[in-house]
Design a protein around this ligand. Sequence first.
Ligand SMILES: O=C(O)c1[nH]c2ccc(F)cc2c1NC(=O)[C@H]1C[C@@H]1c1ccccc1
Length: 232
Amino acid sequence: ILRGSEARPHLKPYMASLQLDGQHVCGGFLIAEQWVLSAAHCTEETDGKLFQVLLGAHSLTEPEPHKRLYQVRAQFPHPGSNIHNNKDDLLLLQLEEKAELNTDVRVLPFQREDRDVAADTVCEVAGWGTIDHSGRRPDKLQQVQRPVISRDVCNHRTRHDGTITQNMMCTDSRRKDTCKGDSGGPLVCGGVAEGVVTAGSRVCGNYKKPAIYTRIAPYAAWIDSVMASADG
Ligand SMILES: O=C(O)c1[nH]c2ccc(F)cc2c1NC(=O)[C@H]1C[C@@H]1c1ccccc1
């Protein structure tokens, strides 16, 4: 998160850190007791290794009362996701067991009505992604508020030039923005997850390249079917 602020500890109890060998790779969030939603691109350089999911954390390194690292039973990238574009950039992770819910670990509801969030709506995004242009990585969860921009503006020739589909949405990226490592985290508008930070590599903090999110509502049926089909 560029030019954001430290989140109030444990006030975003749905936040997850997807880790490999103890290193934060991407964000994610708890959508059900045994399920985390993130971005498919985050699995690109993991050569088949499964993530571990850290829940209940504010600091990535310090001991905290409800912080716990969960093993992942299975990972389900959306079948339409691919390395060439941002399409269907969603990843479902089934935890090895149901997460223990408490004050610091809670499910975040996601939007099921497929209707665009109005432009200028101010939403919030959080993550342990880079906090400056030198790529500094925070230890504590950061957050920032960003206004939604319309798909037409985001698709302008000088912005993302028609690549933003109706399954994507954008927020203004002038100065304050998401960045590497924030991908997979939720864009929360009015207490509901409306989008997932896409993990395609993109410049951060440049107003000409707005932040891109995968809208969740169009994928509600896919999410429900994967959760229903997997055992447990
Ligand atoms: O965040 C992303 O957009 C993104 N997209 C990817 C695609 C493949 C992939 F193998 C990884 C990623 C990845 N995350 C990262 O590179 C994470 C490692 C970097 C990071 C930044 C800040 C703080 C901690 C760690």
